[in-house]
Design a protein around this ligand. Structure first.
Ligand code: KIV
Length: 271
């Protein structure tokens, strides 16, 4: 099965949740494909988990192209092929011309969709990208590229004013033509309201269990992070009681838990 915006829209229509894993190379892509995960995100989190930097800000478009090509090569060899979303790195979409120019590089490298961090100010850019044949995933809440203006990696959307702003942002990006939106580190109740008030698929990370999909970074869900966030679950530890636990089993356990609603639970969400 080859996943596409069409097959994933169908899942939303049928009330079926899907899973996303952030990964950056061909070998992890093969394991993710074996677990039949629907979407791979070539996230700019690679700046932190692969390169060891303290934020995603230094990541370049050339690095995103390199990792997208690696993931696309791994994906091409599998029976179950994930939809590939690639992050547009910091300052690569600050105006519409730059967004089109840089998104084209990522699509040529093998991405099926690009992801942009930010609210309603990106509505016009989103529409233009979609008009040019480039599907868009939006990303609001905790947007790591803005760590310097946010003052740290903090839960967003706790005040009434912020909640209204994030809901307005989501509605504007839905109307602008985005297919998906990542909701990162926001109260569960806000993620539920956004999911119920928009038509695109919501992908949660630290946003509770009511979103249409979940995303986790591959290293986090395999227990390789030294200081995991509250929303992270180690799915490799979970399968360790099996006779021959494997990374593929861990990805399968994650997919199953997202589908049957057993992940995330209350311990993984913010109020
Ligand atoms: O860069 C990334 O991996 C992300 C996810 C954590 C949502 O944006």
């Amino acid at each position: 099965m080859k996943h596409s915006t069409k097959t994933l829209r169908q899942r939303k229509n049928e009330n079926l949740k899907f899973s996303v894993v952030a990964a950056y190379d061909a070998s992890f892509t093969t394991a993710i494909n074996q677990a039949e995960i629907e979407v791979i995100l070539v996230g700019d989190s690679l700046g932190m988990v692969v390169q060891g930097k303290d934020s995603t800000v230094p990541v370049t478009i050339e690095q995103m192209v390199y990792h997208t090509e690696a993931v696309a090569r791994g994906n091409a060899c599998s029976d179950s092929q994930a939809l590939i979303i690639t992050d547009m790195p910091f300052m690569s979409y600050a105006n519409i011309d730059d967004a089109l120019f840089n998104a084209a590089k990522l699509m040529r490298a093998g991405a099926n969709m690009v992801k942009l961090e930010g609210g309603a100010w990106l509505a016009e850019t989103t529409t233009k990208l979609v008009e040019c044949g480039i599907p868009v995933c939006a990303h609001i809440g905790l947007t790591p590229q803005s760590v310097n203006t946010l003052g740290g990696y903090k839960v967003q959307g706790r005040s009434d004013e912020q909640q209204q702003q994030l809901l307005n942002d989501a509605k504007a990006l839905d109307k602008a033509g985005a297919d998906f939106i990542v909701l990162e580190c926001i109260p569960k109740s806000l993620a539920t309201t956004i999911t119920n008030s928009t038509s695109f698929s919501t992908i949660g990370i630290g946003a509770g269990s009511d979103t249409d999909a979940q995303v986790l970074v591959c290293y986090d869900m395999l227990g390789l992070s030294s200081n995991p966030a509250k929303f992270v679950k180690n799915f490799l530890a979970d399968t360790a009681t099996a006779k021959a636990p494997s990374i593929v089993d861990a990805f399968s356990a994650y997919k199953q838990a997202v589908e049957n609603g057993s992940y995330p639970t209350k311990e993984h969400e913010y109020q």
